[in-house]
Design a protein around this ligand. Structure first.
Ligand code: PEP
Length: 255
């Protein structure tokens, strides 16, 4: 059975103390909520990772993730951070392919394939984001866009490697805009993603892959989104910065 995951993406927010306080609150509030095949992941800025990783040890099914890594093993890349470095301070996951990194930092599908490889080499599970822009949705080409992102970023992986990957469908037009994909729109794409995985690999792999929805997800819309058959949780930006909202989203699976 595939895992249900609610993952927070704090982006470039929170100083050190505020991040540790927020994470401590979250750990306390989700204590009795994360049961069975369910996991909570918080993807923080690098400055928080070590302390959050330590706190996560005291919690069941709560993990910490990074928001980016460099594709090289190590070396003269001033200002960058490696997969081995974030793994060494307790990160279990790393967000790759987020639309903000694709748009503002020019990350291409080819570069992302390299980042996926180095993440897996060091035992980090990629939360790999895919999704179309507003123009791509309106042009009706969004299925092609999503298929290409999967093909170029991930389909070089073996089935065994793919087993470590979590997917996040994040329509770019819904990220940080307050516009959410309707449950039907999101389900349609999630089902398409699963079918594409079944065609490339096999039905078992497709059925076992966790596919998250991301884009202005909040406690009000999460219940309808998460009740869709192919939606296995969420990647949460803005609402992950408030412990009550984030915890209410985590609780959706138990209500
Ligand atoms: C995100 O950044 O991955 C995201 C989904 O942001 P928001 O929830 O704020 O739309």
């Amino acid at each position: 059975m595939r895992k249900k995951i609610v993952a927070g993406n704090w982006k470039m927010n929170l100083d050190y103390q505020s991040g540790v306080s927020l994470f401590s609150e979250i750990v306390n509030m989700v204590k009795d909520e994360v049961i069975g095949q369910q996991e909570v992941v918080v993807c923080s800025p690098a400055i928080h990772l070590y302390s959050l990783g330590q706190l996560a040890h005291t919690a069941v099914n709560v993990s910490v993730g990074a928001q980016n890594i460099h594709q090289a093993e190590s070396g003269a890349y001033t200002g960058e951070i490696s997969a081995a470095q974030v793994k060494s301070v307790g990160a279990e996951y790393v967000i790759l392919g987020h639309s903000e990194r694709r748009a503002y930092f020019g990350e291409t599908d080819e570069l992302l394939a390299e980042k996926v490889n180095i993440a897996l080499k060091h035992g980090l599970k990629p939360i790999f984001c895919i999704g179309e822009t507003k123009e791509e949705r309106e042009s009706g080409k969004f299925f092609d866009i999503i298929r290409t992102q999967l093909e170029k970023g991930l389909f070089h992986l073996s089935a065994e490697q793919f087993g470590q990957v979590v997917l996040a469908y994040e329509p770019v037009w819904a990220i940080g805009t307050g516009l959410t994909a309707s449950p039907e729109q999101a389900q349609e794409v999630h089902a398409f993603i699963r079918e594409t995985l079944a065609n490339q690999y096999d039905q078992q792999l497709a059925d076992d892959t966790t596919i998250l929805y991301g884009g202005s997800c909040n406690p009000s819309n999460a219940p309808d989104l998460f009740s869709q058959k192919d939606i296995d949780g969420g990647l949460i930006g803005g609402a992950s910065l408030k412990s009550r909202d984030f915890t209410d989203i985590v609780k959706v699976f138990n209500s």
